[in-house]
Design a protein around this ligand. Structure first.
Ligand code: AMP
Length: 472
């Protein structure tokens, strides 16, 4: 199947062609026809499967067809970073359509209040928001959603985990009852099902390879005692000139202390919720353009953030929640590229790691500690993993031969897509003087965009001229 089968509007198809999207991924194949028909949908798909395009493309097509230019689509996302990223993808896809979106999220410096109001007054068809910030705007009467036609909840499981359940219900009270509701979630625990009953009408369901780590990720685990971990990270980072590494730690205090240790030897940054929004954006931008190669963070960066080409993910601590493991590991091997994921498992975490292996449907190779390291804890007395093998668990496929230190993960579905440039990077106007904007594709001007030269200098343009993310 290719994208032609959806019979998208010519200008949307043009956008897809410009991005090099030829074949829909499995979630896109299943979800797009349902959304085009106008039905409510509950889709279970993890990040890295092409889920964003799965919900955005059909909605853009519907907006393009109806020709309306009022605010008709609301996308809710759990974090600012994800909201920004979705907005950027929308801009990429909508490039030839002249449809605008505005990202709205909290945590800014107050400078763009006016800009936000202006942007909302001038009108955009799509708002991408985090729930807390949107509620403040709704309560203050700063935004009207009575003409809304599409409500999209992305990473709904994460939003509920973060305690947004009441906020979401409050937001829904401001929306017309007659709308299409699209819910995407990486996992489908019972609470999502019962929550979705409150918002969706007779939804169709789409489920895909939940809990499977992306194809192309080689996964390994070291059994280590806590005092060995810092040394082991240093050892791993010295093995190769890595271009893009994310190290996950369980708490922001651990992120900060690991940062202090590693910055003596490596160019690293710590990414956590104590940073100002502008600092977070700067760090992310440096990481995306590879001027920063190593990022240490909490799970705040494990969801949704689409940085192409992450080579290595290190779980300094075993994630508590097996699904967080899938999300962390999903930072690498995106869009069919290759990547490695290494997890440190201490004595206490062995049980947690068993649960992770059960969820991903395979045993992860237990790696030998480097020569000269004191013995780590043994894996043999943990509850279900007696052997240190790479045998897939029930439900997994047979493994390929181990490559080097690692074994390739098994995967139940092969996404029908090829490695490609990240669309939001491809469709941004490049400024060769500015290292934040990598060189490459120079796009055509958006039909609604001011054509004056000063606007063409801007990294991002829309019908609002120079775009800035809308923050408070
Ligand atoms: P997501 O799951 O939405 O975070 O998407 C993961 C990555 O896959 C993003 O970089 C997308 O741009 C890319 N992608 C999504 N759909 C396709 C497709 N059909 N062909 C090629 N790349 C895609």
């Amino acid at each position: 199947m290719n994208f032609d089968s959806f019979k998208f509007e010519a200008s949307l198809q043009e956008g897809l062609d410009a991005m090099g999207f030829d074949k829909p991924t499995p979630v896109q194949e299943k979800a797009i026809p349902i959304i085009l028909e106008g039905k409510d949908i509950i889709a279970c798909a993890q990040t890295g499967t092409g889920k964003t395009a799965a919900f955005i493309l059909p909605v853009l097509n519907k907006i393009a067809k109806s020709g309306g230019n009022t605010l008709n689509t609301l996308v809710l996302a759990p974090t600012r970073e994800l909201a920004i990223q979705i907005d950027q993808q929308i801009q990429g896809f909508a490039y030839f359509l002249g449809i605008s979106s505005i990202p709205i999220y909290g945590g800014g410096d107050g400078l763009v209040w006016e800009q936000q109001k202006r942007a909302l007054e001038e009108g955009a068809e799509i708002v991408v928001a985090t729930p807390g910030r949107l509620i403040a705007l709704l309560a203050g009467g700063k935004i009207k959603l009575d003409s809304l036609q599409h409500l999209i909840l992305d990473e709904a499981d994460r939003m509920l985990d973060m305690g947004f359940s009441d906020d979401l219900l409050t937001i829904v009270n401001y929306l017309p009852k007659d709308r299409q509701t699209i819910l995407f979630s990486a996992t489908m625990p019972p609470k999502i099902r019962s929550f979705s009953k409150k918002l969706l009408k007779d939804p169709e369901e789409v489920t895909l390879s939940v809990g499977k780590t992306a194809e192309g990720v080689t996964q390994g685990a070291y059994l280590v005692h806590d005092p060995q971990k810092e040394d082991l990270v240093r050892h791993i980072l010295r093995q190769k000139e890595y271009e893009a590494v994310i190290i996950f730690a369980s708490t922001k205090d651990k992120v900060k202390s690991l940062y202090k240790v590693l910055k003596k030897d490596f160019e690293v940054e710590a990414f956590h919720s104590d940073l100002e929004q502008v600092e977070r954006e700067q760090i992310m931008s440096r990481f995306k353009n590879r001027s920063l190669k190593i990022l240490i963070g909490t799970d705040i960066i494990s969801r949704g953030i689409d940085v192409v080409g992450i080579e290595l993910v290190i779980n300094f601590d075993t994630p508590n929640d097996p699904e967080d493991y899938v999300h962390r590991v999903g930072r690498t091997a995106r869009a069919d590229s290759k990547g490695e994921a290494i997890t440190f498992v201490n004595d206490k975490d062995r049980y947690k790691f068993n649960r992770i292996e059960a969820l991903i449907g395979m045993e992860v190779e237990k790696l030998a500690l480097p020569d000269g390291y004191p013995q780590g804890p043994s894996y043999s007395n943990s509850s279900s993993n007696k052997k240190q093998s790479t045998t897939p668990k029930k439900g997994g496929k047979s493994n390929e031969k181990p490559k080097g230190n690692f074994v390739k993960s098994t995967h139940s579905e092969k996404p029908a897509r090829k490695p490609r440039q990240n669309p939001q990077e491809a469709l941004v106007v490049r400024d060769p003087e500015n290292p934040d904007t990598p060189s490459g594709f120079k796009p055509r001007q958006n039909p609604k965009v001011d054509k004056s030269p000063e606007f063409q200098e801007q990294p991002k343009t829309s019908k609002f001229g120079s775009r800035k993310n809308v923050i408070d």
